[in-house]
Design a protein around this ligand. Sequence first.
Ligand code: URA
Length: 218
Amino acid sequence: MPHGTLRAWVVGVVHVVQHPLVQAELTGLRCRSCPGPEFRQRLRRIAALMVPAVTADFETKVISCETPLEVTSGVEMTRRVILTPILRAGLGFLDGFFDLLPDAAIAHIGLARNEETLQPEPYYLKTPPTLADSEVIVIDPMLATGGSAVEAVKRLVELGATRLRYACLVASPEGIATFEDAWPEVPIFTAAIDRGLNDRGYILPGLGDAGDRLFGTA
Ligand code: URA
């Protein structure tokens, strides 16, 4: 357990955040009867609860600080954080991260399948110019086949990112294997590792289509 109150079990480079609040929120959100507004709020709360685990080893530097009474020392983050939601479901996971990391910059990446190569390709990619010096957290609630996750990290690395981590809500064993194969040095943080994928690429037991549930497009 790398830190005190928020427990994360490490399986290889996959950190499973086991905190009871995360697990209870996740159970509520999985239920098909969970309405859209509640789904969004639960996802936001889980994201915020995962931030301590995801950022536990971020470097800080000592700074001095003047209280109303005297000068003391404290710390500040050494590097800027860049949150990178993968469109569109990643947007639903963003606010909880942003709540606890309000100084973060936001990069956006949208990926669509090229019908000839069957590979995901970016149709939108906007990043701040500080990728190389920042801690980059790629976020997407569902790590299913792993194709989008692998491609998103590839594009960010091509643009200069060097310190990356991947945060999701539910991961499949297949997605983890694909991601670890491509990016063994990028740690994954998730609230659950589910059983597997069905023949349509949905995670089982999963929670259905996260984007549809977030944005009411089912
Ligand atoms: N994307 C989703 O939203 N749900 C899944 O189960 C798999 C991919």
